[in-house]
Write a protein that binds this ligand. Structure first.
Ligand code: FES
Length: 98
């Protein structure tokens, strides 16, 4: 969920994980997105990481279609979409080997 579009009252009582909380909550899958050399300027990375983590929590082995659908709301001015998709596949493969 985008925090800029989500009133706090709508998540009252729910668990909320921010980008800072990804590692604190043991959610390391999204780190694969940042660690695969995806970012150019980095402006979009918070949203990309959170969307990737949410996708991998729901769908541990996503297809390209799954990834494109899950990441479609994240605009990257630098056009790193194919690298992000590749990094998500790599992160999913790493998780599967654990
Ligand atoms: S890396 Fe620059 S906007 Fe995505």
């Amino acid at each position: 969920m985008r925090s800029c579009l989500t009133p706090v009252s709508s998540v009252a009582g729910d668990s909320v994980i921010t980008v800072e909380g990804l590692s604190q909550n043991g959610i390391t899958r999204a780190a694969g997105v940042a660690g695969a050399g995806c970012a150019q300027c980095g402006y979009c990375q918070s949203g990309q990481m959170l969307s990737a983590a949410a996708l991998l929590m729901r769908t541990p082995n996503p297809t390209d279609t799954d990834i494109d659908a899950a990441m479609s709301g994240n605009l990257c001015r630098c056009g790193t979409y194919s690298r992000i998709r590749q990094a998500i596949h790599q992160a999913a493969a790493r998780e599967a080997r654990k």
